[in-house]
Design a protein around this ligand. Structure first.
Ligand code: AMP
Length: 192
């Protein structure tokens, strides 16, 4: 299996690049943001709980997200060539939980590809996306900055977690979609 984590702040291009990589490598895209938005739209108990946090630009509690991922992995691990995780793990506790879930299935993460984009560029990109995404959390600058602050406080430490496992690769993410895609493919092509 080829399992990759696309890492980076909100607006760094993880979703776009994940879609392109899925097409090239035939992998299963797991975006916790997309999964949570589906639950929210269906007004499930999980979705209603998540909404309280998402609308404020805060992270959803770990146990909610980990439970959701665990059932996705159970459903699909035997059926796919690999996973691209996008927007997960977002805390060190989530990263530890993912390692345990994967160990249990004798699966490993090959690389964590971290996209680097400055805060001003992130805010600009997300406000622009908000014109068409229909996402309330993409339309309000204060909520966007709150999401970036959550990233810096709770998610950025996850990079060190994977750095210690020698899996972290940093990629400049401010160029064109195509340029960034080519940089990602170059790195993925080194996986044995
Ligand atoms: P995203 O689409 O990845 O930008 O996620 C949108 C929102 O969903 C985030 O601001 C969080 O409120 C929530 N979310 C998505 N993934 C996670 C996660 N792994 N852990 C906690 N909250 C998450």
């Amino acid at each position: 299996m080829l399992n990759i984590i696309l890492f980076g702040p909100p607006g760094s291009g993880k979703g776009t690049q994940a879609e392109n990589l899925v097409e090239k490598y035939n992998l299963k895209h797991i975006s916790t943001g997309d999964l949570l938005r589906e639950e929210k739209a269906k007004e499930t108990p999980l979705g209603l709980e998540a909404k309280k946090f998402m609308d404020q630009g805060l992270l959803v509690p770990d146990e909610v997200v980990i439970g959701m991922i665990s059932s996705k992995l159970d459903e699909q691990a035997d059926k796919v060539k690999g996973f691209i995780f996008d927007g997960f793990p977002r805390t060190v506790d989530q990263a530890e939980a993912l390692d345990k879930l994967l160990d249990f299935k004798e699966i490993t993460i090959a690389q964590v590809l971290a996209l680097n984009v400055s805060e001003e560029e992130l805010v600009k990109r997300i406000l622009n996306r908000g014109k068409t995404s229909g996402r309330a959390d993409d339309m309000d600058e204060a909520t966007i900055r709150q999401r970036v602050t959550e990233y810096e406080n709770k998610t950025a430490p996850v990079a060190d977690y994977y750095g210690k496992q020698n899996k972290l690769i940093r990629i400049p993410g401010e160029g064109s979609i195509e340029l960034t895609f080519n940089l990602l493919v170059d790195k993925i092509s080194t996986i044995k």
